[in-house]
Ligand binder design. Structure first.
Ligand SMILES: NC(=O)c1ccc[n+]([C@@H]2O[C@H](COP(=O)([O-])OP(=O)(O)OC[C@H]3O[C@@H](n4cnc5c(N)ncnc54)[C@H](O)[C@@H]3O)[C@@H](O)[C@H]2O)c1
Length: 258
């Protein structure tokens, strides 16, 4: 039996990148999935999967979160898992970054996750369940020029911890997955550029991760295989948070970065 066989799971941000890979992975494990993203067209790829129902909507809307959970329960039965993954990036440093960008990032990356958590918990049966939040290494440390994103990801990492404490007695586990640079829509602009090359050089494994490598960890955390794991923030980051940043990695030195 595969890890998530028969589990009923909602996944947000399922139209691209990590969320898409998570849906594909969970469906391949014979889970039943509700896939949520902003547009129907981004979810068209799920049509070929019998055990996946899609929902177009914005996770910052409480009604959309209730709707995704209702769809899961009505189509498949009590909810076992939620992958609260939808997120956006805003560039700009603390002096020039606008409060409009800040508000939108906080709305999607934090409020959207909080709403998803509340709706999901309400639909989990007495047996409990498992929730993963996609945080980021940017929620564990700071970055230059990404202040709003750093604030939002720091918040959801701590939200995972707080929720794990509140929900443990219901056997509902909550964990954050913290990716480093992954090849997705979010990082597309860096592909093949000098910035992308320099980012790769800072990673001990010397490369960006693939969405499937994050989906594998999400699958583990959602399944009963991780039944004693809750309140954690697990880096899936090619080793970048292991370093102090003082010295170039060996992968970087091979490329001439000292
Ligand atoms: N790619 C990386 O390097 C990286 C690193 C760390 C963390 N993350 C996090 O991973 C998560 C997934 O991002 P990704 O890298 O797969 O990017 P992506 O842009 O490829 O996918 C994100 C998806 O979320 C959807 N989305 C955005 N706002 C939404 C909203 N309000 N309602 C519903 N859906 C919405 C987008 O339409 C998109 O399909 C995000 O939370 C992101 O912050 C990504």
């Amino acid at each position: 039996m595969s890890a998530n066989q028969g589990n009923v799971i909602v996944v947000t941000g399922a139209g691209s990148g990590i969320g898409k890979a998570a849906v594909a992975r969970l469906a391949s494990e014979q889970a039943m999935v509700v896939a949520v993203d902003l547009t129907e067209s981004s979810l068209a790829w799920t049509e070929e999967l019998d055990s996946v129902v899609s929902l177009a909507g914005d996770v910052t809307d409480p009604k959309v979160n209730d709707q995704m959970v209702a769809l899961a329960v009505d189509n498949f039965g009590p909810l076992d898992g939620a992958v609260l993954n939808a997120g956006i990036l805003a560039q700009g440093d603390i002096m020039r970054g606008s409060m409009t960008d800040y508000d939108r990032v906080m709305d999607v990356n934090v409020r959207g996750v909080a709403l998803g958590l509340k709706s999901s918990v309400a639909a989990m049966a007495s047996a409990g369940g498992s929730i993963t939040i996609t945080g980021s290494v940017s929620g564990l440390r700071g970055d230059s020029g990404l202040w709003a994103y750093n604030v939002s990801k720091g918040a959801v990492v701590n939200l995972a911890r707080a929720a794990a404490l509140d929900l443990g007695h219901l056997n509902i586990r909550v964990n954050a997955v913290c990716p480093g640079p992954i090849h997705t829509g979010l990082t597309e602009e860096t592909k093949g550029t000098k910035i992308g090359d320099a980012m790769e050089a800072r990673l001990p494994l010397g490369r960006f991760g693939e969405p499937e490598e994050v989906a594998a960890v999400i699958s583990f955390l959602i399944s009963d295989e991780s039944s004693f794991v809750t309140g954690t923030a697990i880096p899936v980051d090619g080793g970048i948070t292991a370093g102090t940043g003082q010295w170039a990695t060996y992968a970087g030195r091979k490329r001439g970065f000292l």
